[in-house]
Design a protein around this ligand. Structure first.
Ligand code: FMN
Length: 337
């Protein structure tokens, strides 16, 4: 696609807030969203997001490694629930994150009112991750600068009554004027264009980046995502009202049906992320796994997504001129798969 038909995202509020070239974020993921992945995503013009759930000194070391690898902007995620019961850790994470380290923070898993004023007082932009309309309205009232809206098809931990992105994005757009970053089910430019049509101004991808060359997880996990079909994920209980979306296999089907006891989350890291044994751990993955056909470098994922986005916009704008709606990108996807 020529540069003329691939404009910059000049008027895009997400790009204005993140300072990155493209309104594309890599989702925060414990253990995974560390230096190799975050720096590759940011160097490619998207927004890498460093997780802080792993605590110190890991996070500080990863931060230094990202800074050494790229001068492009990246973000820090604060998972509120995971630190709120440990006041010293909470203080340390906040003090550290807001000490001029980044200009953009995402918060997730908890009530944004807990930190939003402190973050804004530090001159840092904050987007809060929500999975419901009610959560979006509360975050707006709390004064956040934007939202990451996570649909029920997303990989990772969900609420039991999660609404999927198609309806959720529209419901939030109807009531909220903040910039929205859509998360869940997006792996490429077609998904990005669809999210924009539903009201988003940016996208976040988790499963797609788990399955990137720079992701630190064992290659068997990445291959499990590549091998997953369209129905290759399911949700299993985690206790309480939480569920987690994972790759479908005998183990996860057993847990989903109640025949097998749920596993401790740490088993994913030991047995799967490091050990590569898909049969001994639950690998988080979204419905998006069924759209991923290869392990790719993060830079290629970013570039393909941007090129595909503008191709979709061009294709849809052709409808204005009576052009056929046939999908010229199908051949590309088949070739990739
Ligand atoms: C392997 C994996 C681990 C995740 N871990 C976290 C996490 O630690 N904290 C969090 O807020 N979200 C976590 N998520 C959810 C992502 O931040 C994101 O919302 C989700 O991946 C988006 O859906 P997608 O996977 O279809 O792109 C995780 C997702 C995956 C796939």
């Amino acid at each position: 696609m020529s540069p003329v038909s691939r404009p910059a995202f000049a008027g895009n509020r997400v790009v204005r807030h993140t300072g990155s070239r493209y309104p594309i974020l890599q989702s925060p993921m414990s253990w995974i969203a560390r230096a190799p992945l975050v720096s590759a995503v940011s160097a490619a013009g998207a927004m890498g997001v460093l997780e802080t759930s792993s605590g110190f000194p890991v996070v500080a070391e990863e931060y230094a490694a990202i800074r050494a690898a790229t001068d492009q902007p990246f973000a820090i995620n604060i998972a509120i629930k995971f630190i709120k019961d440990r006041p010293e850790v909470e203080r340390a994470v906040l003090d550290w994150a807001l000490d001029g380290r980044v200009g953009f923070v995402t918060t997730s898993a908890g009530d944004p009112r807990r930190h939003v004023q402190r973050i804004k007082d530090a001159g840092v932009i904050v987007y809060h991750q929500v999975a419901t309309l009610e959560g979006a309205l509360k975050a707006q009232d709390a004064g956040v600068d934007g939202l990451v809206v996570e649909g029920g098809e997303s990989g990772g931990v969900r609420g039991a009554d999660a609404v999927h992105s198609f309806a959720l994005l529209q419901a939030v757009r109807e009531r909220v004027d903040l910039p929205i970053v859509a998360a869940g089910g997006i792996v490429d430019g077609r998904g990005m264009a669809a999210a924009f049509a539903l009201g988003a101004e940016g996208v976040a991808m988790g499963t797609r980046f788990v399955c990137s060359a720079e992701s630190p997880v064992h290659v068997n996990y990445k291959q499990g995502i590549v091998d997953a079909g369209a129905s290759g994920s399911l949700t299993v209980p985690m206790g309480g009202r939480a569920i987690i979306r994972v790759l479908r296999n005998d183990l996860s089907e057993g847990i989903a049906s109640g025949r097998v006891e749920p596993l401790h989350p740490q088993s994913s890291i030991d047995n799967l992320y490091v050990g590569g044994d898909l049969g001994k751990a639950m690998g988080s993955a979204g419905e998006s796994a069924g759209l991923i056909h290869a392990i790719l470098p993060a830079a290629q994922i970013v570039e393909d997504t941007v090129a595909g986005f503008w191709r979709e916009i061009e294709r849809l704008s052709g409808l204005l001129h009576g052009q056929t709606q046939s999908d010229r990108t199908l051949g590309d996807r088949a070739a990739a798969g």
